[in-house]
Ligand binder design. Structure first.
Ligand SMILES: [Zn+2]
Ligand SMILES: [Zn+2]
Length: 270
């Protein structure tokens, strides 16, 4: 038996190299994810590479989305943000293969990685190792959820971190204590873009957003948490929002968030 990297089939998070898969996945056992009805299941990096591929797509000048086909785990997407001072990999996917690495190298490589929350940790340690030990920016509030330790993880503290090329990380909390969004002011023709991941979550019609403690188990937040999440974005300039799962707010994102908060608070009021 050889040692392999095990990946949880349900959440896509990679675990340290071992002969046998881990006994369980704490991220899936948490009430913000779920263990599939058939029980915990695993794949390996080799199996994943044999059955899946990554697709890169230019969303706008300087922003490339990276998704895996066929859809894997929760359907994570990452974004490569190109700046004159280097590129940021925002969020992460489980499949790290030579083709994708080559493509990213052509686009300027990866200077740093920033992952919104544990449901997107996937193979972040492998992406870092593949690109010169690029630092992985994770908020210290989510330290306990890192399943594959890496010396390249930089646990930051506080409410805001300024990286390079104008990119900043904002701690929003909510869905996870250390939940972070990424802001790039040069995006959307200089009006600014927000890489939001799961929070706010873009609704199916692409005209509204919502907020949930747990999406798979439909557990909402109370009013004070939603207000706190939105307050963390006060003073942050952006017009476009890139959400998870290929759903985006192309423009007027601030307006959409404001009216969506009103709708949400009305819906949960007595
Ligand atoms: Zn899992
Ligand atoms: Zn999530």
């Amino acid at each position: 038996m050889t040692s392999q990297y095990w990946i949880c089939l349900t959440c896509g998070v990679r675990y340290p190299q071992a002969v046998h898969p881990p006994p369980h996945c704490p991220i899936c056992e948490d009430e913000r994810q779920y263990v599939r009805p058939g029980g915990q299941a695993w794949t390996t990096t080799a199996e994943l590479a044999a059955t899946h591929r990554n697709v890169l797509q230019e969303e706008e000048p300087g922003v490339w989305s990276i998704r895996t086909e066929p859809t894997f785990a929760i359907g994570q997407r990452a974004f490569l943000v190109q700046t004159p001072e280097g590129n940021l990999l925002c969020d992460s996917v489980s499949l790290v293969d030579p083709e994708t690495m080559e493509r990213i190298r052509e686009l300027g490589g990866i200077r740093a990685i920033a992952v919104s929350h544990p449901h997107y940790y996937s193979s972040m340690a492998a992406w870092s190792a593949a690109f010169g030990d690029a630092p992985i920016w994770i908020h210290a509030g989510d330290r306990e959820w890192v399943m594959e330790p890496s010396r390249n993880i930089h646990f930051w503290t506080g409410e805001r971190a300024d990286l390079f090329g104008g990119i900043s990380l904002i701690r929003s909390g909510g869905h996870f204590a250390g939940y972070q969004v990424t802001v790039w002011p040069s995006g959307a023709g200089g009006k600014g873009v927000l890489f939001a991941g799961d929070q706010p979550q873009v609704c199916l019609d692409g005209k509204w957003v919502t907020f949930m403690y747990s999406y798979p188990n439909w557990i909402p937040f109370g009013p004070s948490t939603v207000k706190r999440i939105v307050k963390s974005l006060d003073g942050v300039e952006f017009d476009r929002l890139y959400g998870a799962f290929g759903r985006h707010l192309v423009s007027d994102a601030k307006l959409v968030i404001a009216r969506s908060v009103d709708r949400y608070l009305r819906a949960i009021a007595d």
